[in-house]
Design a protein around this ligand. Structure first.
Ligand SMILES: [Zn+2]
Length: 486
């Protein structure tokens, strides 16, 4: 074992974590780590299963006298986000991750550490190995590919698990319980476009840039600007006063990101360009003022450009109006806050992407809610709005949420346990993003679930680090939970 881990407690957890650092396990390449999990199961004489996608479950019989206790599932994901600083030589497909201790933290040298969710995996393995624990029937579920698509959870087969209470070990703030997440679904809007011959001579580009963007769920309540919406707003107002012909409009590039940039290609007569310039300037100053607390780097430009394609036809006046009206009307932002959990966004939607082709404009909206019917409702609003504009709408599947249940028996029990051990109540929260529990809960109806873990900072970046003392607390809590649930 790497020397830095020798003195750390709990020894079982750090021993397995040190082994995990030696094994490649980027998302999509979890097999070596799955093999390791199975080798541990074999060495302990425990039964195990591996499904087609690579999820592994290892079962441990109850301690004598606790055979009739409810089955508990400990769940963690095997994959990690592999990121490194550009000046670091590291091959994630074969090199050991170099960890070092810095004060109270363990961090890797220039790469992600994989404590998300390696500590959860190590704690599960430790609970299989530690014979001093008292527990009912335990299953440790190790999933694949959480980070890039929740693939492992999505492909779980009914019957793979027997337990009825699930402890997900993938949270990143010790002392906090996560009890819910959002589900999500996209709307793909296709608006027919009509084009005409151009009448205005010169080509200009209006561009908005430098907005902060961010995660379409976690950052949706931060008051950040949506570059697509704001560009549409500038053009909608401009077309009332000036002759402009819109040729192309595009913005955003990811469904799950708030769009940071958007641009439009316009035909304008040079004679009005100065006035238009002044108009955009004053309009944009208004926008800057509205968002001055948040969007310090946001900017715009309005420039004459080369005739990119001399034959490009602008939209007809009617088509241009319809497109801009649609982009101003589609909902964006927080739709509802959770009525019981402070600060939690319950339902939101992101006006994410717009692209124009010759005959159609494609708009993608990405919506989230922890309540399935509320997600349906916001998708209905998008559909109805798009229909008013004469657009077609497709709404492919999506993924389920995990509706917070403040009356959950598991939550009640674990809150009691935590308070007893640490003499303070845990923080209870939910996240406005997708988690594996959302999917697992849908596949195994009635599963009572909760998520907790040690303190991990800056996951998914080379600054990722895990707090040593929090791992000890996390383990202590987990051990007592197993006992109390038995
Ligand atoms: Zn994770």
């Amino acid at each position: 074992m790497t020397a830095i881990f020798d003195e750390l407690k709990p020894a079982f957890v750090w021993k397995h974590f040190a082994e995990i650092l030696k094994l490649p396990h980027c998302s999509g390449n979890e097999k070596p780590l799955g093999d390791y999990v199975i080798s541990v199961a074999k060495s302990l004489n425990l039964s195990w299963k591996r499904d087609k996608v690579g999820n592994v479950v290892v079962s441990k019989l109850a301690t004598a006298g606790h055979e009739h206790a409810v089955g508990v599932i400990l769940q963690s994901h095997m994959d990690m986000v592999c990121e490194k600083n550009s000046d670091v030589e590291h091959d994630f497909s074969k090199d050991t991750i170099k960890a070092e201790r810095r004060g109270d933290w363990i961090q890797a040298v220039g790469t992600t550490l994989g404590s998300d969710n390696g500590i959860g995996v190590a704690a599960s393995l430790a609970s299989l190995e530690d014979k001093s624990l008292v527990h009912g029937p335990v299953e440790c579920l190790f999933t694949v590919d959480e980070e890039t698509g929740l693939t492992g959870a999505n492909r779980l087969q009914k019957g793979f698990l027997q337990g009825k209470k699930l402890l997900n070990l993938d949270s990143e703030e010790e002392g906090t319980f996560t009890i819910g997440c959002s589900g999500g679904g996209d709307s793909e809007v296709t608006l027919p476009l009509d084009r005409k011959r151009r009448t205005l001579k010169d080509d200009y580009r209006l561009k908005l840039y430098g907005f902060r963007g961010g995660h379409s769920g976690l950052d949706i309540n931060q008051g950040r600007g949506n570059a697509i919406r704001l560009l549409a707003r500038l053009l909608y107002n401009a077309q009332e006063k000036f002759a402009i012909e819109l040729v192309d409009l595009e913005g955003g590039n990811k469904r799950n990101a708030i769009p940071r940039e958007a641009r439009a290609h316009l035909f304008v007569d040079r004679s009005v360009a100065n006035k238009l310039q002044a108009f955009f300037k004053s309009q944009f100053n208004g926008i800057k003022n509205e968002s001055k607390a948040v969007e310090k780097e946001a900017g715009y430009s309005f420039e004459k450009i080369e005739r990119v394609s001399p034959k490009a036809d602008p939209l007809t006046a009617a088509s241009q109006k319809t497109l801009l009206r649609l982009l101003l009307s589609l909902p964006h932002g927080v739709i509802a806050m959770h009525p019981e959990i402070d600060g939690l966004v319950e339902t939101s939607t992101n006006l994410a992407i717009i692209r124009c082709e010759k005959k159609t404009a494609q708009v993608i909206c990405s919506s989230r809610s922890s309540v399935a019917t509320a997600l349906r409702a916001v998708k209905d609003i998008i559909k109805a709005t798009a229909e008013l504009a004469g657009a077609r709408v497709a709404q492919p599947g999506g993924y389920p949420g995990w509706e917070p249940n403040l009356q959950s028996e598991l939550l009640g029990k674990l809150t009691e346990v935590y308070t007893k051990i640490f003499d303070k109540a845990p923080v209870v929260k939910a996240v406005h993003a997708g988690l594996e529990c959302g999917i697992i809960g849908e596949k195994f109806p009635g599963m009572d679930m909760i998520s907790f873990g040690p303190t991990i900072e800056h996951p998914h970046s080379p600054e990722e680090r895990v707090h040593v003392g929090s791992v000890e607390k996390f383990w202590k809590f987990l051990a007592v939970c197993l006992q109390e649930l038995a």
